[in-house]
Every structure is written in C-alpha cells, then in structure tokens.
Design a protein around this ligand. Structure first.
Ligand SMILES: NC(=O)c1ccc[n+]([C@@H]2O[C@H](COP(=O)([O-])OP(=O)(O)OC[C@H]3O[C@@H](n4cnc5c(N)ncnc54)[C@H](OP(=O)(O)O)[C@@H]3O)[C@@H](O)[C@H]2O)c1
Length: 310
C-alpha cells in the first residue's frame, strides 16, 4: 500500500510517499481503508522529532493521526465493527499514522462516521473536536450562559471550539485576524476581535479563556477572567502558582483517542450543530506540501489529505 512516511526526523523533505507493508490487524484491532486523513500541527512536530523522548518511534513512521474510511477487515475478538462500516477516528499517536491507504486502529478508538458529511469532511474533525470538547467541557466545565474567549477561532481547534461553545449556549468571543472574522461569526461567535492589533482591549468578565495559541495570550487572560474562572491551554501549561495568586484556575489538556466524544459529535454534525471547516485539500503525493502549509500557521480550518476512493 502507499503511505507518506519518514525514515529520519527533520524537515518536510524527509517525507517519502512510497510502498509500505500492508498493516495486519491484531486482537482488538480494525483494518481501515482510509479515504481521507487530516493534518494537525502534532504531525509535523512528530516529524521534527519534538516528541521523540516522549514517544520513541521505530522509523519508518507513517505520519497523520486523523482518519475517515471504511472497515476492510477486523482482527480477532472484534464484534462491534464489520467490513463496509464507515468510521472515523483520532487513533493512538504511538502507532503508525493515517497518511496511508490503510491503517490499523483499535476497535474502541473508532466511531461511526457522521452520515450527512463526506469522508473528506469527517477526516477533518476527530483530533480537533476531541481537543475542543475536553478543554471546554471536561476540563473547564463550560456551561450555558457563561462567557468564553476562544483564541484562534479560525484555526483547526478554534473553528470547532466556537461551534461547540455556541451549541452549549455560551456567549462566545473569539480572536481572529480581520479577513477571517466573517467566517468565525458564521460559526456562531457573538464577538470577534484581533488582540494582536494595536489598541485592542482584552475582554473581561470571562468564565473561561481557551488558549490555542501559546504563552503570549496567557498573561492578559488572568485579568480578563472572573474570580474562579479558568484559563485552559492546549499549548503550554498555565502557571498553577499564578492561578492561585489571582484566585483563578489553570487547566492543561493533552488529548488521546476518545470514541465517546466522536459518537456525540457525529450526532451534533448530523443535527446541523457542527460543520467541518476545510481550508485546503491535497493528494497523498503532496503530503509534504500539506505539512508545510500547516507549519506556516495561517491555515483557515483544516487541511485534508485524500488517501483513497470513497
Ligand atoms: N494539547 C493537545 O492535545 C493539542 C491538541 C490539538 C492541538 N494542539 C496545539 O494547539 C495549537 C493549535 O492547533 P490548531 O490545529 O488549531 O492549529 P492551526 O489550525 O494551525 O491554527 C492556525 C490558525 O491560528 C490562527 N492564529 C494564530 N495565532 C493567532 C492569534 N494570536 N490570534 C488569533 N488567531 C491566531 C491563525 O489565524 P491568522 O492567520 O489570523 O493568524 C490560523 O487561522 C497547536 O500548537 C497544536 O499543536 C494541542
């Protein structure tokens, strides 16, 4: 089968689209014929070796950890899936990835693909949706009527976070550059601003600030939060001491697979409450180009890679 792999850590030119061994599902595994994968910043962070002390990969490594496709075969002991089922997943990043024609995924990391969208759209959702859900709901406990500031509302995580927070009934304030403000409003944001602009005023009275950008947005967040409010980050753990001193709370999320969230999300997608936002599409042969675009940090929504026929 064809796969986009690295044989050494480094820049995007390390990615080789080549023949790789057909993966074989073990006990509890499912072989998925992939129709589409999506690109997340963790893909190129792994390619560059940033996670190699945490996860000692055996190279060559197929990159990518989002997939939508069709069950091709099941391993021993798998009863909940059968050949032909349409599924989507954010599989375990410690295993071989999804920029490939086939991928083996644990049966309990899969969920039925939302019925009303294509595989290309479905592949854009798992990683960013699990992240937004765990940050906003599981960690920060966002409730209806609360005020939330979501950074980078036009990014992969932000574009889903805005929709989830709106569906919950929160008052959603999002950051985005001017050209992207219309899109972010169409996703449900009540207010859109660019805090990078000179003279921009940080919102206050916030119950939750969601940092998807980095430490620069954390410092002003403390004063914007209500007493007891939470700064939740997916980039850098906010200071616990600072949170205590300010009478606020700090949270940090590093996600893993979560099929339960993907099942709930599929219901929301099919009910029209959440829609995928796709900014760019590439063939598998252009995986390196897709990663370069992600690394440039300006993408709107998600980048998707076609890996097979629907
Ligand atoms: N901990 C975890 O489990 C976890 C999970 C998922 C992602 N992450 C991390 O979270 C970060 C975001 O991921 P992502 O997939 O959302 O990235 P992304 O899609 O590449 O984000 C790109 C977007 O960010 C916007 N942006 C950048 N800086 C901004 C700022 N200061 N204000 C407003 N918008 C800004 C850009 O808009 P402009 O063009 O307007 O700048 C662009 O639309 C990455 O570092 C990723 O590795 C962590």
């Amino acid at each position: 089968m064809k796969a986009a792999r690295i044989h050494a850590y480094g820049e995007a030119d390390q990615i080789r689209v080549e023949e790789a061994p057909m993966p074989v599902p073990g006990a509890g595994d499912v072989l998925v014929r992939s129709v589409a994968a999506s690109v997340n910043p963790v893909d190129w962070k792994i390619r560059k070796g940033y996670l190699k002390t945490m996860i000692p990969y055996d190279l060559p490594l197929t990159l990518g950890w989002d997939v939508s496709g069709v069950v091709a075969a099941v391993g021993p002991g798998v009863t909940q899936w059968k050949a032909g089922d349409a599924v989507y997943s954010r599989p375990d990043i410690r295993r071989q990835g999804t920029y490939a024609e086939f991928v083996v995924v644990r049966a309990d990391e899969l969920a039925a693909k939302p019925a009303t969208i294509s595989h290309v759209e479905a592949a854009s959702l798992p990683l960013v949706s699990i992240t937004a859900w765990e940050a906003l709901f599981t960690t920060a406990g966002l409730e209806a009527g609360q005020r939330v500031l979501i950074h980078a509302g036009a990014g992969g995580v932000g574009s889903i976070a805005v929709q989830l927070a709106k569906a919950k009934g929160a008052h959603v304030i999002a950051t985005a550059s001017k050209g992207k403000a219309g899109l972010v409003r169409s996703l449900g944001a009540d207010e859109v601003l660019d805090l990078r602009e000179a003279g921009a005023v940080h919102p206050d009275g916030l119950d939750v600030v969601f940092d998807t950008v980095g430490p620069a947005v954390q410092e002003p967040a403390w004063a914007g939060l209500k007493p007891g409010g939470m700064l939740v980050s997916i980039t850098t753990p906010p200071s616990e001491e600072r949170a205590k001193a300010e009478g606020r709370r700090a949270g940090f999320v590093f996600i893993g697979p979560n099929a339960a969230i993907l099942r709930d999300l599929a219901g929301m997608v099919d009910a029209g409450q959440v829609r995928p936002v796709i900014g760019a599409e590439f063939g598998l042969d252009h995986a390196a180009e897709a990663q370069r675009l992600s690394e440039a940090g300006r993408v709107t929504g998600k980048i998707v890679i076609y890996t097979g026929q629907p």
